[in-house]
Unconditional design. Structure first.
Length: 663
């Protein structure tokens, strides 16, 4: 048995597309394990893990909720993540701290866009995953079609370890395909069993030979390969159930214990952990949810925050169990707990040491920016403070506070997130805000190669001379920075200061948007033994970079979405015409059981109100899913400018004065 299997802890995330039944499944797991005495309902807003006011009103999860249960002596930390695309950043933070995952797929809707996106992230991080096909009791449920779509769209390593008995109102649970009961399975169950055996045998030469020779394999023969494949994230057990009726829940809980690994980690090693979620307690202040990879944390320990380079003292360590919590006073390697006293932490901060903390997987890309409005002038400082607190909890909001214009802008994923932010501000801070119409976040990239030069030598005392080479880069490469400047002419410490300032200088290009996909090389630089102060390079770098961008010119980039669309056949032509007007790029359409299916690319700018228009165009019978694809050059007729914050470094004398006064 692998040592991670022996560990009496499991850290498991529950993931899915919106409405596949994650929260209902979590609720039934808690009920089955005895953690709660009565079942809540998503529709009535009474579930344990959806406790924010807005979650109850809308019946969707917007925050990852941490809960736990104990079964057969094993403690499972369970994280119920949001399924709506607007809250993808919550999902990506949860992915990082999981050792295993349950991906829920609806037996009616099948695999959806968000499901594929999360699946890809789980594979990149090699997280062993159980697929749970839910809603088998619903009208239109088709387990075999759903299973085939899982194999086609997610992985051909998906293996049924159960076969459903009946479907829709006749669904009565599932037969266990790993029980040695040959000959007593129904013909449909035999079909699933065959798929299971074949898939495992294909991955092991010796088994395949035996299977071809005998025509069958026993569970005992396939089990070692099966366990190894699941553990190495090559095979994925598929289970069936109907969570709202509690059917399949005990089997899912047993599968979590049996097939998903426990954490590896050494409690005696130096502390290494990550903050993956923040909450607030009205009396105790900020609550940091920590996943510890190594080491041990105790009440009253002082812990080092690697990300911010600060020390903070732990006042309490509590195990949060939905809305109850108990002070446990200790957190050990492999476990998750709520830590109090870390008043300055932000989401994503690493504590102790970064050794052993996995990398993060970026899924969420906010493509819209929006300006915030408040009711009265007296609310202004409170609104700024509230948004700064929300930005600590969700760094992707990237709150931009423009003091001189008394403006507040933030980046958002979509309209539902904006509604949720307004609701949280009202319920938590007692503030009422509205948002202007969101606009698309464009980017800029250099049009051609060019040089940027600055000689910042006046007014004395100062001396910083820099020459940059700026070259266009491949799409999606971001900024690649290097220096070939000679250290005897420009000290290493000054070169490091320049390297630190270049990304900041590229936050606003010629049209006010972030500049990306470029190579910047510091070709030469010069300091002066007497006149140079390190801060001179803080001032000089943006001037040199902007001078370079003026020479290269910039091209506007716009965000594109992958879309998948299914409409009744009679609306196909109308919808295609609409997509072409919106500058959509379409693959060949497919007609599939009376429905017209389309895939392709579509600009965010032209499709902001498309979901609403599509609904009225197709009488609400369209299914649309979109995910971020890439940034690409805009057509020449698009010209989006953004108001610059602060003084433009191209206006050098004014810029120097403004920065030097601030310094």
């Amino acid at each position: 048995m692998h040592e991670a299997r022996r560990n009496p802890i499991r850290n498991v995330g529950i993931f899915a597309h919106v409405d596949a039944g994650k929260t209902t499944t979590t609720e039934h797991i808690l009920y089955e394990s005895g953690r709660i005495r009565t079942l809540g309902s998503v529709d009535n807003g009474t579930t344990q893990t959806d406790w924010l006011e807005v979650e109850r009103e809308r019946g969707i999860s917007v925050r990852a909720a941490v809960t736990r249960f104990v079964r057969n002596g094993i403690q499972v930390n369970l994280v119920d993540t949001p399924g709506h695309v607007d809250f993808l950043s919550e999902v990506e933070r949860s992915l990082r701290v999981m050792d295993g995952a349950v991906l829920i797929v609806s037996a009616v809707e099948g695999v959806q866009a968000q499901t594929e996106l999360i699946w890809q992230a789980l594979r990149d991080l090699r997280i062993p995953t159980i697929v749970y096909v839910n809603k088998l009791d619903r009208v239109g449920a088709d387990p075999m079609r759903t299973f085939e779509s899982i194999r086609r769209l997610l992985s051909d390593g998906a293996i049924p370890i159960q076969a459903p008995i009946g479907v829709e109102e006749d669904f009565a649970g599932s037969a266990d395909l790993l029980q040695e009961v040959t000959g007593t399975l129904s013909s449909e169950a035999e079909l699933y069993r065959e798929l299971l055996v074949e898939t495992v045998a294909e991955r092991a030469e010796e088994l395949l030979e035996r299977y071809i020779e005998k025509g069958y394999l026993t569970t005992a023969e396939i089990l070692p390969s099966l366990e190894d494949g699941i553990f190495r994230s090559k095979l994925f057990p598929v289970l069936f159930g109907a969570s709202n009726r509690g059917i399949g829940i005990p089997e899912l809980m047993d599968a979590i214990l049996r097939w998903l690994p426990g954490p590896l980690g050494d409690s005696a090693a130096p502390v290494a952990g990550i903050i993956f979620k923040l909450d607030r307690d009205p009396d105790m202040g900020r609550i940091a949810y920590v996943r510890l990879y190594n080491g041990t944390l105790r009440n009253r320990d002082t812990v080092y925050n690697v990300t911010q380079d600060i020390q903070e003292k732990v006042t309490q360590i509590r195990k949060i169990d939905v809305r109850k919590s108990e002070d446990v006073g200790i957190l050990q390697a492999g476990d998750i707990a709520a830590v109090y006293g870390l008043s300055r932490v932000r989401i994503g901060d690493i504590v102790g040491t970064a050794t052993g903390v996995p990398d993060e997987r970026k899924l969420a890309v906010p493509l819209l920016t929006v300006q915030v409005r408040w009711r009265s002038e007296t609310d202004y400082p409170k609104v700024v403070a509230a948004f700064q607190e929300l930005a600590d909890e969700d760094p992707l909001l990237d709150v931009q506070w423009q003091k001189e214009d008394r403006e507040l802008h933030l980046k958002v994923m979509g309209p539902i997130q904006m509604e949720v932010i307004a609701s949280v501000l009202k319920s938590r801070f007692g503030l009422e805000v509205t948002f202007d119409r969101p606009s698309v976040i464009y980017k800029e990239t250099p049009t051609r190669m060019g040089e940027g030069f600055v000689a910042y030598t006046m007014p004395k005392p100062c001396w910083a001379i820099l020459r940059f080479l700026i070259q266009p880069g491949e799409r999606g490469t971001g900024l690649q920075y290097s220096s070939v400047a000679r250290p005897e002419r420009l000290l290493e410490s000054y070169q490091n200061e320049v390297a630190r300032r270049v990304p900041e200088a590229l936050q606003q290009g010629l049209r006010g948007w972030e500049v990306t996909d470029l190579k910047v090389t510091l070709v030469e630089g010069e300091h002066h033994v007497w006149h140079t102060h390190p801060l001179d390079f803080v001032i000089a770098t943006p001037m040199g970079i902007m001078n370079g961008l003026e020479n290269t010119g910039t091209t506007l980039l716009e965000p594109l979405l992958h879309f998948r669309l299914s409409v009744p056949e009679e609306f196909g032509g109308k919808v295609m015409a609409e997509l072409i007007v919106m500058r959509g790029e379409l693959d060949s359409p497919v007609i599939h059981s009376g429905r017209f299916e389309l895939k392709g690319l579509i600009p965010v700018a032209t499709s902001l109100d498309f979901p609403a228009r599509l609904g009225s165009m197709t009488k609400g019978r369209a299914i649309l899913s979109t995910t971020f694809a890439c940034y690409r050059e805009c057509p020449p007729e698009v010209n989006a400018e953004r108001k610059r914050q602060g003084i433009n470094p191209l206006d050098q004398s004014k810029y120097i004065l403004s920065v030097r006064n601030a310094l």
